[in-house]
Design a protein around this ligand. Structure first.
Ligand SMILES: [Zn+2]
Length: 310
């Protein structure tokens, strides 16, 4: 049995899976561990997860590759600017360190949202879709996208393709930790909502519906910010699907409906009708392990045979 391991290394937990190397990539093992921070901590957390996944495998199992998804910038195989992992100094060769500690198994590392894009594409294929271009928009603590164009993950010249959270949404808005004002992420993300609203996203929509003007403003900015991000992705790379995921959009169907209504509003013009952006939107089901699955598929992307391009 040939397998691939995928690790989604988040700021609080490492989610690891072992899947079969062939489609449909059946789940063989799964585990969740807490993340330790700093270079040594992250390498140790990843190796502990690899050991845990390998320890429970059948005797005939052969691990072809390990893939790692991390919340940071990955460029030339090195991880930088992964603040939630306590990595913001020298670039870290995470894949090299994990491979060295795991019997030399080929190991790849990628930004977590980019990795999740491969997992999202696999989910679409499981639904019978045969598309080979896709933007995955992750609305979590921040907002960022992964781009898969003509069947290949778009990494970018500096590893920053799809990092749209710090585009300026309102130049007169509040100061962002990045140093500019009114970045998209301040409105259209989990942290953007928490900055202004103490309850859940569902409670925000309930309060807005019952006449709370602050709640209505925060709701409308959240909705229009996410709709703007979807439009930006559709217009800039003309992908046939924008797959939206993340805790904020999973929280309430009211938000998903409001986003679609806003996108349909834009179809009152001839350009808007031509673009037809609302019909490109899909929602990844809550709990789908796109991050870990996509990390597992990184190994396949590095090889000549890419299973999602039959
Ligand atoms: Zn910013």
């Amino acid at each position: 049995m040939k397998l691939r391991l995928g690790l989604d290394i988040g700021g609080t937990t490492v989610h690891g899976i072992a899947v079969t190397a062939e489609e449909p990539h059946d789940l063989v093992r799964e585990a969740t561990h807490p993340t330790r921070k700093g270079a040594e901590g992250v390498v140790g957390s990843a190796l502990d997860m690899v050991a845990a996944l390998r320890s429970g495998l059948p005797a005939d199992a052969e691990v072809l590759s390990i893939g790692l998804g991390v919340p940071g910038i990955v460029h030339a195989g090195a991880v930088t600017h992964a603040i939630n992992l306590g990595l913001d100094g020298d670039p870290l060769d995470l894949a090299g360190a994990v491979s060295a500690g795991a019997d030399g198994i080929p190991t790849a590392v990628e930004n977590d949202v980019k990795a999740a894009t491969l997992g999202g594409l696999q989910w679409l294929r499981d639904q019978g879709s045969d598309i080979d271009d896709l933007a995955l928009l992750n609305v979590g603590t921040g907002i960022a996208a992964g781009l898969l164009l003509d069947g290949r993950l778009r990494h970018g010249s500096r590893g920053m393709a799809g990092e749209i959270g710090h585009l300026v949404h309102d130049p007169t808005g509040p100061l962002c930790p990045c140093g500019r004002r009114g970045c998209l992420e301040l409105y259209a993300s989990g942290s953007g909502v928490r900055r202004q609203w103490a309850g859940t996203a569902a409670e925000l929509f309930e309060a807005a519906d019952s006449g709370n003007l602050d709640a209505a403003r925060i709701r409308d900015e959240l909705t229009s910010g996410i709709a703007q991000a979807i439009s930006l992705l559709a217009y800039s790379v003309d992908v046939s699907c924008v797959l939206v995921t993340g805790g904020v959009v999973s929280a309430t169907p009211a938000l998903r409906n409001a986003i679609l209504a806003e996108l349909r509003n834009a179809e009152s013009t001839s350009l808007g009708r031509l673009a037809g952006i609302a019909e490109r939107v899909r929602w990844l089901p809550a709990g789908h392990p796109a991050g870990a699955l996509g990390a597992a598929l990184l190994g396949a992307e590095d090889e000549e045979v890419r299973p999602w391009r039959s």
